[in-house]
Design a protein around this ligand. Structure first.
Ligand code: GDP
Length: 207
């Protein structure tokens, strides 16, 4: 399950612009600042990979990276912090999920999508926007794996520890997902979960 080679393929504006290909892919999704680029770098051990997605103008696009010529990592636009999306922050869920009018098309139409890796920041309590996103994906039958990020961050004082935040998140999810999706704890700082996540993806590909 090692990543030997990563190649940037293209940035797409809409689902229909994505590469026409039958090779399987995993979409990485999460709030801005969740640690998505750091995780992609950690997985690929290549700085330039996620840097490509961070270039101005690319953060709002669907970025396809081909791994080992066999499968894709797809870097999707982060949600939540973008000024253009801020106005949705307090809107009802339906309106807020409009941010993804185009990413939505991707989830609903991309036949080669194996699973969405939904990144959740374990250093903060459960965020409504993340729960809403997970629920939306669940209702639309998109397979999810919860990837908790920043698990190295041990909060002292009144903040909760990552394992407590993860427990609270899963508790909140349980009402909507009787069968809890797979989940993995990661840290791009320590490398925690890196091999587990790569193995998980290889198992899903070989189903
Ligand atoms: P993105 O916006 O989702 O691509 O997030 P970035 O990868 O740019 O990370 C956002 C911030 O979180 C940066 O300041 C990172 O240094 C920090 N960060 C990312 N991953 C980790 C992690 O595993 N542990 C810690 N402690 N900080 C992290």
């Amino acid at each position: 399950s090692k990543i030997k080679e990563v190649e940037f393929v293209k940035s797409s504006i809409r689902a229909k612009d994505c590469p026409r290909d039958t090779r399987p892919e995993f979409a990485m999704l999460g709030r801005s600042n969740v640690g998505k680029s750091s995780l992609i770098n950690a997985l690929c051990r290549k700085k330039e990979v996620a840097l490509t997605s961070k270039k101005p103008g690319k953060t709002q696009l669907i970025n396809h990276f081909l791994v080992n010529k066999g499968w894709y990592i797809v870097d999707l636009p982060g949600y939540g912090h973008d000024p253009a999306l801020q106005r949705f922050a307090n809107a009802p869920e339906a309106a807020r999920m409009d941010w993804s009018a185009f990413t939505k098309g991707y989830f609903l139409n991309r036949e080669t999508l194996v699973a969405v890796l939904l990144l959740i920041d374990a250093s903060v309590p459960p965020q409504k926007i993340d729960l809403d996103c997970a629920n939306w994906l669940g209702r639309n039958n998109t397979p999810i794996t919860f990837v908790f990020t920043k698990c190295d961050k041990m909060k002292g004082g009144k903040g909760k520890r990552p394992d407590e935040n993860i427990r609270d998140f899963q508790e909140a999810m349980r009402q909507n997902y009787p069968e809890h999706p797979p989940w993995i704890m990661t840290s791009s700082s320590t490398g925690l979960g890196r091999d587990e996540l790569l193995l998980h993806m290889s198992q899903l590909r070989n189903y």
